[in-house]
Design a protein around this ligand. Sequence first.
Ligand code: ATP
Ligand code: MG
Length: 268
Amino acid sequence: MEIAKISGTNERENGALIKVRDLVKVYPTAANGVEALKGINLEVHEGEFLAIFGKSGAGKSTLINMITGIDSPDAGEVQIGGVSIHSMSDDELTRWRGRNLGVVYQFFQLLPTLSLVENITLAMDFCDTYPLAKRSERALQLLDQVGIREHAHKVPSKISGGQQQRVAIARALANDPNVIVADEPTGNLDSQTADDIYDLFSDLISLGKTLVIVTHDQEIAERASRILEISDGRIISSRSIKVPSNGRSSHEAAPSSNHVSRRTHALL
Ligand SMILES: Nc1ncnc2c1ncn2[C@@H]1O[C@H](COP(=O)(O)OP(=O)(O)OP(=O)(O)O)[C@@H](O)[C@H]1O
Ligand SMILES: [Mg+2]
């Protein structure tokens, strides 16, 4: 199967870029099982910045794992760019995800025996999206962008949790995906670093990327174009916020075509 890059064409033809239909997930347990998602319906349009809120145990990570195809639902469907992702084979899905989605996992999932730079080049090796000779340089640029280039050759256990989180964000951007899905990507960051990451997200929105981010962070919510709340496996509210195309809320500076930071431009 040809693994196409998601394009805006699909969105125009089918409406939303991401479509979640009647999604149900039940985790088996010794008792009756935990119904973590109880029929989720959701559409995300290209260029949207969706923030997902909800208490611990509400089902946020479960929903993210369904959208990324890391886990499969018991009922319902997820379509991204017109592709029904759970109907692909594991191999196809893994290759498709590598090319199309940047995923930041709640617990980072860095490979412990590889250096930070190798963790990022591996993502590129897997998809073959950049020439071999360019991959290390790009990985270092990404680490620079998240402020930890100086640690590039350390293994994950030798850096802090917040630094590992930044590596996970850098790795998610390695193949320049159109959709970035992140589970609490600023949960471990100090406020200065978190600010840099918010700016990076705003840049990504300016570049036309689609962001779906689970967060407890009010600052992210202020930049989102829509806020979704999940409780006990159901969506209980969805609130759209009018934001300019650069992803900053309306009280901030107006967008301009050269708004995207030079560091982000360097990654294109
Ligand atoms: N592998 C699993 N086996 C059994 N139950 C699970 C499993 N993973 C999650 N659950 C249960 O499913 C429900 C939703 O969990 P989920 O991890 O999606 O919550 P969350 O909203 O991401 O919470 P948090 O904010 O703490 O990360 C919870 O009741 C949780 O205990
Ligand atoms: Mg979670």
